[in-house]
Structures are given as C-alpha cells and as structure tokens.
Design a binder for this molecule. Structure first.
Ligand code: ATP
Length: 324
C-alpha cells in the first residue's frame, strides 16, 4: 500500500473517528458498527428485519448465521447503505449510515451475495478499475490489484477474461473487490459460498490478515465451521430477529444439555445415525450402558447444535429421530 492511499484512507477514517491500528476492545469509544431497532419492511409487506440491536467492536470478526430467508442479507444490505431501513438506526464508526450513506460507504469494503462482474475485462483490469473507483491513483490501483490477486491465489488468472473464470474464481474476485484500498470495515455476504475447502481456508487467512491489520469484519455464512473458526462472536438471525449473539462459549452456555451422543441403534446397525443431547458426560455414558450401545461417540455440543436448537430447524433427515 502506498503512502498516498494510506493517507487518503487515514483522512477518511480520521473524519469518522477511526484509528486504523487495532484498538483494545475495552477502551474503544465508538463501536465499528452500532445497530439499534433495525426494522425492514419490503414493499410487499414482508418484514425481513424486526428490531435488531447489535454492536460490533472494532477489530472483531462477527458471523451471522440463520436459515434461508431469515433476513441476513437484508440486515447486511442496510449496514452497507444499499437498503434504507424502514425503522431504526445504523452507524459505522459513529457515522450515521442512513443520513450519510456516501461517507459511510467509504469506510467499508463489500462482498455482496451476488453481483455482476464485467465479463470482458481481465482479472487485473477488473480490480484496477474498481480500485480507481475507490479513488486510488493509477499507480496505487495497479499495486492494490497486484496485491489482492496474489493474496487470493489468482496469479495464474491475472490476464484471463472474467467471463472465462470458474464460479469459485469469480467469488474470489468479489472478495478481492472488498479488500481493495484496505477499508477499516469489511461486510461480506456469504463470502466463501461455492469455494473449495482449500480456497475457503485461503480466504480465512486473508480475512485474518486484514483483522491483524486493524480491520473489522462482519459476514454471513451457512458454514458452521467457518463461523466457529473465524469469529470472535456469532449472531443467529431467524424470522428477522437476532435471537442469539455472543462468543461460542456464551452460545454453548445457552444449551441445557450440552453433550451430544451420536450412535447407531444396536438392533438396527445399518439404519440411520441418531443423536441425543445429555446434560453431562456421565448422563451420556449411562445412556450408552442402558441401551447397550456399541457404536457411538460423545462430544461437547458444537455451534451446529446451538444453531439447530435455537432456530428450531430440523436436523438432517438421517437424524430425524434424534432425541432433543
Ligand atoms: P439466504 O440465506 O437464503 O440468503 P437471508 O437470510 O439472507 O436468506 P433475505 O434475503 O434477507 O434472507 O430475505 C429475508 C426475507 O425477505 C425473505 O422472506 C425474502 O423473501 C424477503 N425479501 C428479500 N428481498 C426482498 C424484496 N426485494 N422484496 C420483498 N421481499 C424480499
């Protein structure tokens, strides 16, 4: 990153009261994102967000989970000012996102769930074009594109037309567009959907490096492992409401029965796997002994267990007989 780019962003951040170094969480005066009473009713009457309150601290990674149609994209698009809230307030580093959308948008890099790309541009041209759009000079845009291409493992595709890329490669470009210019806030809607496992891990690395450099990240995902491994805190949205928000330990503490016994019925060993939640390891062991189970495992509940319990979503069909 060149000095001019740094100073440009620093000036914008200064205006918004953002210091780009990672701050100690306790003394951060203004959160990266503050949401109060966020409400969104679409024109057809759908209430996609129904009173969301949330603070995202500077330098943290927050993941938002929830079933399809729960309201995650609607929520993120109001943060990024693409959608105007029906009610409530959003501020980004203290800037009122509804009153000052342009100034707010300059503080963030965005990866939408879906977006058109310019098919006839090459990967390098595309990134340079958007870097210029973000007010970087020609030289800075070239350097920023080069940096992002390397980070996202797209070096071999640098001069390929975007139209000739695979789905996963296009997804990585969308993430790259968010990273250009190193904005202090990244808002990423399902950034790794469609990526192969190794590309997904590469993206986690990119995001961790951005956070180490002072960025704050808020993302939505359907991958529990991603939320577990990447986030400081996880929010669960269902039917437009944020029904849970906290660290993994805080969420796990909401389960009354936090041990998961997975087993096969000894009378039907070729049948579907089953699951049962227990209050303690000892209770799970007692069940194993009582039922004379021979094929089983006992584990602490995971984020996935919290998710299914709190959202009331059904388990995978091979576990429909789970005892909850
Ligand atoms: P997914 O996981 O499938 O991406 P989501 O949690 O992101 O889902 P949203 O896209 O925010 O959910 O949609 C929330 C609700 O709002 C859904 O019922 C959806 O049908 C509705 N919705 C979304 N966009 C519009 C729109 N433009 N007009 C009317 N209703 C909409």
């Amino acid at each position: 990153m060149t000095t001019t780019t740094e100073s440009l962003l620093a000036a914008e951040a200064e205006r918004a009261g953002v210091t780009r170094r990672a701050e100690s969480r306790a003394d951060a005066p203004v959160p990266a994102v503050r949401v109060r009473g966020l409400f969104k009713r679409y024109g057809d009457g759908t209430e996609a967000n129904r009173g969301i309150d949330l603070d995202v601290r500077r330098g943290e990674v927050v993941s938002v989970l929830g079933p399809n149609g729960a309201g995650k994209t609607t929520f993120l698009r109001q943060l990024t000012t693409e959608l105007r809230p029906t009610g409530g307030r959003v501020s980004v580093f203290g800037v009122d996102a509804v009153a000052e959308p342009l100034r707010t948008k300059r503080l963030m890099g965005i990866t939408p769930q879906e977006a058109g790309l310019f098919e006839s541009l090459t990967v390098r041209e595309h990134l340079e074009f958007f870097a210029r759009f973000k007010r970087l000079s020609k030289r800075e845009a070239r350097a920023a594109a080069h940096e992002v291409i390397a980070e996202l493992g797209l070096v071999a595709e640098t001069d390929k037309r975007v139209g000739a890329l695979s789905g996963g490669q296009r997804r990585r470009i969308l993430i790259g567009l968010a990273l250009l210019g190193r904005p202090p806030l990244l808002v990423l809607d399902e950034p790794t959907t469609g990526l192969d496992p190794s590309s997904r891990r590469a993206v986690w690395g990119v995001l961790r490096r951005a956070v180490a450099g002072g960025a704050t990240v808020i993302l939505s995902t359907h991958y529990m492992e991603e939320a577990e491994r990447l986030s400081d805190r996880v929010g669960i949205i269902t039917q437009g409401r944020l029904i849970a928000f906290g660290t993994l330990d805080e969420l796990l503490a909401r389960l009354e029965r936090s041990y998961r016994l997975s087993y096969r019925d000894p009378l039907d060993p070729r049948g579907d796997a089953r699951a049962r939640y227990c209050a303690s390891f000892a209770e799970a062991q007692q069940h194993v002994a009582r039922e004379m189970l021979s094929e089983y495992s006992i584990a602490r509940a995971s984020l996935e267990d919290v998710y299914f319990t709190l959202t009331g979503e059904p388990f995978d069909k091979d576990e429909t007989e789970a005892t909850l």
